[in-house]
Design a protein around this ligand. Sequence first.
Ligand code: FA5
Ligand code: MG
Length: 425
Amino acid sequence: SFAQRRFQATSADTLTIRGDTYPVDAKTNTPINILGKVERQLHMQEGHPLSTLREIIESHFKDYVKLRPSTPVVSVHQNFDELGFPADHPGRAETDSYYVNGTHMLRTHTSAHEVEAYKTDENAFLIAADVYRRDEIDSSHYPVFHQMEGMRCFSGEQGLDFIKADNARLAAELEKCPIIIEDDTVVGPSNPYQECHDPELATEIMKNLKHSLNGMIFKLFGGSTGDEPLKVRWIEAQFPWTSPSFEVEVWFNGEWLEILGCGVVVQKTLETAGMGHKSAWAFGLGLERIAMVLFDIPDIRLFWSTDPRFLDQFADGKITTFKAYSKYPPCYKDMSFWLPDDAASKDITPWHENDYCEIVRDIAGDLVENVKLIDDFTHPKTGRRSLCYRLNYRSMDRSLSNDEVNVLQDKVTGRVVDQMGIEMR
Ligand code: FA5
Ligand code: MG
């Protein structure tokens, strides 16, 4: 059945996550190995690069109320509906998100906590939390990562003059920072100001957002780009609960690195929180992406290492360069298979690479470095489709033996045949 296909974690009829118990149902697709990560809270572990990065960002926004929502379980309503995600938004798919059951899920972003924060009637927030997404397997993707969300509200009595004065203050701060800002964001039909906003007010809120974030980016990257001035690029984006919306990229080691999404909060979202008399901006950034470049950490799995050779290299509050202790040899194994004939068996869920990767991760854990599709072939006569994946196994801490990898590969084979209805070639 649907549930068995995607959720092999336990035969129990409940899941307990950070002390709360939830009934499982046909929508449940969260494996136990993922729940094991919930307790780690890397962003709060003293001396861990993710924690240091959190502290630096918190020190930049020092007057903001700090929130660290500890259970990752939120309602589907909080994660999606309340923020205006359309019913058919791809992020909602069971192939992309971890559902606890039909009504609850592991948050896919810290934005899931925006509305509850606005409800407190404070005006500035910084949220840090672990977030969960089903995804591919490579050096920059992991099913658990960490985000920070920042929001700033302006209430009615803090009128335009207040924001203008604050913008002048922030602009004066930025004057001191050697930073090149490429900003091609022209507000227009594809990325409009909200109709309910006075355009002058919206312009000033947007300026406040840009100045605040450019300042934070300078604090993070300013000292680490060598002799060249820091280069930052603002581009148009789309999020259901912000308009206009932007993504920000930083030029680092010869490429543009996307670090955050942001925008002026949709008025309806503030109304949902009972704060319709305010206006606001919000941003969300990924800590791993930034930490990987600032600390020179080459593989996202390293953040989860408990090896002292990793952890002992870092001191609380300091950005230092990671020295790889050793690169153990990789071991490739290919797996070729026929996909099930969809027409023949209606109760087979359509093939999705994320389901395959979930099984690989569940069995091999952090011993799998990446999973790559290397062949995709459709038989000209039968129309059946065959795929070949290359699974690259490598431990970060030790050498793997060929026998050990064969055992893992056999287990993966058994499980995918069992659960995904595929046939090995
Ligand atoms: C969001 O998650 C929005 N919640 C951001 C936002 C907040 C927009 C508030 C507007 C207002 P996105 O999916 O693009 O957006 O992720 C935001 C950042 O998280 C990215 O820029 C990236 O730095 C990081 N990120 C996203 N996916 C991954 C991943 N699989 N692994 C590591 N980092 C990721
Ligand atoms: Mg994005």
